[in-house]
Design a protein around this ligand. Sequence first.
Ligand SMILES: [Fe+2]
Ligand SMILES: [Fe+2]
Length: 194
Amino acid sequence: MSGFDYSSDAFHVERRRQLAPLITQPVEPFRKGFDVSTVGGEARFWMEIHKGLLKASATLPQWCEQFLSLDDAEALRAFQPRLGSLGSQLIHHAHGHHHIEDEHFFPVFLRRYPELANPIDLLEHDHEVLAMVLDEMEHAVGGMHALTAKEAADRDNLLKAGEMLHQASLRLDRLFIRHIGDEEEICLPVLAQW
Ligand SMILES: [Fe+2]
Ligand SMILES: [Fe+2]
């Protein structure tokens, strides 16, 4: 049971502007003397994964824009596998990463520091929203793959599928920037204590 209303503007990942005091206060004691440049080991590796996810989520909308700017069906068909495979990889990596956090990282945090219940709860809720957007993306990528050769010969069909993926990928990128930034703000000072 949350100590806050996640669906409100102050907490929801698509609407919050910063982390509310209810979330940052429990992390405050861990911040004393914390220096991000000294973070190493598993935490450093975890930050690298975030960097990779952010890079892919920033690249996908750009590729979608390139795709949507193509004139003829043949050029669109030639680009489509590359676009679909970047989308699929990103979806796969994101799900895997969230799974590790939900099943490993967060429970260990909570066992050791029960006072972090609110911040961890917020991040878990973020993952639920992210899962919905990843499903949207999967649907868009699947829609592209599912076009039959005959349908794919039609430029409009390819553009419609590309537009769907574009919208979903823009949404994911915005979400990732917010979620990953906040997640590092919450978790890094804690990880650094270990
Ligand atoms: Fe996360
Ligand atoms: Fe993460």
